[in-house]
Structure formats: structure tokens, C-alpha cells
Design a protein around this ligand. Sequence first.
Ligand code: HEC
Ligand code: HEC
Length: 207
Amino acid sequence: MRRGLVVLAGLLVSASVYAQAPSPQERLKAIAADPVALRAAVDGGKKVTFFCANCHGEDGISKTPDVPNLAGQNPAYLLEQIRKFGSGERKDQFMQGLIKVLKDEERLQVVHYYASMPVAPSKANAALAAQGKELFGKLCVRCHGDKARGDELFPRLAGQKVPYLQTTIQRYRDGTGIRNNQLMAIATSTLKNEDVTAIANYLTQLP
Ligand code: HEC
Ligand code: HEC
């Protein structure tokens, strides 16, 4: 009985602590809803990203084929991926180390900065893109959206680099442990490598 009370008191205390401290995702939304705070976050983010620019480009359009564009990506998605690198749920030797340097506040600024940058689609093979469009319509559209622009839970894929898309889609499919997501494992399970290439060609040229 006494023990039950102690446990109950503990739960109440942690519940009230939780209620007082908004989660990073909640704070991200609060900033987005306030134009002045958003402007300040974007400006602050630009400064923090000076060492991200080497790989992701100054404006979030990556300079290397295996590095993703961050420009125009949903800020909630970016923040969640940063969390995953930090916890080791997502693996990349550079990103896991780098992300530890960022303070919580800087993470919010960085993702708002990149989200505010314009997307730059790439050229694609037209025949492959047409094939990819059909596959995307069957297998991917219900989560990533008909323009592949995603939302808070599902990433934007439109305008992303072909090699990054190929590698990433194959990692989910092959269960390599580098990217883990049940929904993506199921969605990609029937794709051949040629299909993956076709889908990547379709996605990269979308604005
Ligand atoms: C040395 C190169 C390098 C630097 C510097 C770098 N990144 Fe990355 N970043 C990568 C690579 C490579 C990936 C893709 C990893 C993978 O294959 O999953 C990535 C992925 C990401 C992702 C996930 C994007 C997505 O679409 O899933 C985010 C967010 C990110 N980086 C943010 C940052 C931030 C913020 C900084 C600066 C603090 C930074 N990166 C610096 C190489 C780098
Ligand atoms: C049932 C919902 C669902 C379907 C269907 C789906 N996806 Fe996803 N996709 C997700 C989720 C959720 C994530 C984020 C997973 C994570 O955090 O790693 C994701 C992530 C991705 C990423 C990683 C993007 C990045 O920059 O990090 C790519 C690429 C991708 N999906 C491509 C596809 C393709 C191609 C298809 C169709 C063959 C597809 N998805 C179908 C839910 C879905």
C-alpha cells in the first residue's frame, strides 16, 4: 500500500515535470507560429550551419551525391533525424559525432534555417522518371504525398539527390541496420534495384 503510494507520487511528480517542459518538437512548433521568433531562429541557424555547409552546402543544397539536401525539408522531420543520430538509432560516422556538438536551442535554429531555404531540383532521365512516377503512385504516395513534399512525419523526397535516394531506399529494404523503419521496410520490400533507380529519377526532378 505504502509502496503503491510512493509509486503514485513519483508518477505525479514526473507528470507535472513533463507538463512544465515542452518537448523539442513542441518548442519547434511554437517558434514556427511566431513570425518574430521564426526570423530570429532562421538568422541564428545560418550562423550555426557554417560547419554543416562543407557537406550540405551553404543553402542546404548538398555538394556531394551521397549527402542529402536539407533545403525545404520539413523542420519536424529534420529535428527528429538529428535526435536519431544523437541516440544512435540512425547511423553515420560523421553525423553522429557532429550532432553532439549542437545545443538543443541550436538544433531548433538549424532546422528552421534549412526548412526555410528553397529546393533545387536536379535533371533526370525522362524515361526512368516516367517509370518511377508509376511506382511512386502505387507504393509511396499515400505517405509522402502526391507531390512528394511530405509533412511532419514523412520526409520531403522531391528534389533530393539520386545517389542519396538510391542508397537510402536500399538500406531500408535490405535491413542493414543503418536506417530502421518498419513502414519503409514494408513499402520497399518488393522493389528491384532498377525500380529504385527509376523512383529516384522521378523524385529528383520534382520541385
Ligand atoms: C562531413 C560531412 C557532413 C557534415 C559536415 C554535416 N553532415 Fe549532415 N549528413 C551527412 C551525410 C553523409 C548524411 C546522410 C547520412 C546517411 O546516409 O543516412 C547527413 C544527413 C543529415 C541529416 C538527415 C537528413 C535527411 O534527409 O534524412 C541532417 C538533418 C543533417 N545531416 C544535419 C546536419 C547539420 C545540422 C550539420 C552541421 C551541424 C551537418 N549535418 C553536417 C554529412 C555531413
Ligand atoms: C506507410 C508510410 C510510408 C510509405 C508507404 C513510404 N514511406 Fe518512405 N518514409 C516513411 C517514414 C515514416 C520515413 C522516415 C523514417 C525514418 O525516420 O528513418 C520515410 C523515409 C523515407 C526516405 C528517407 C528520406 C530522408 O531524407 O531521410 C526515403 C528516401 C523514402 N522514405 C522513400 C520512399 C519510397 C521511394 C517509397 C515507396 C516505394 C516510400 N518511401 C513509401 C513512410 C513511408
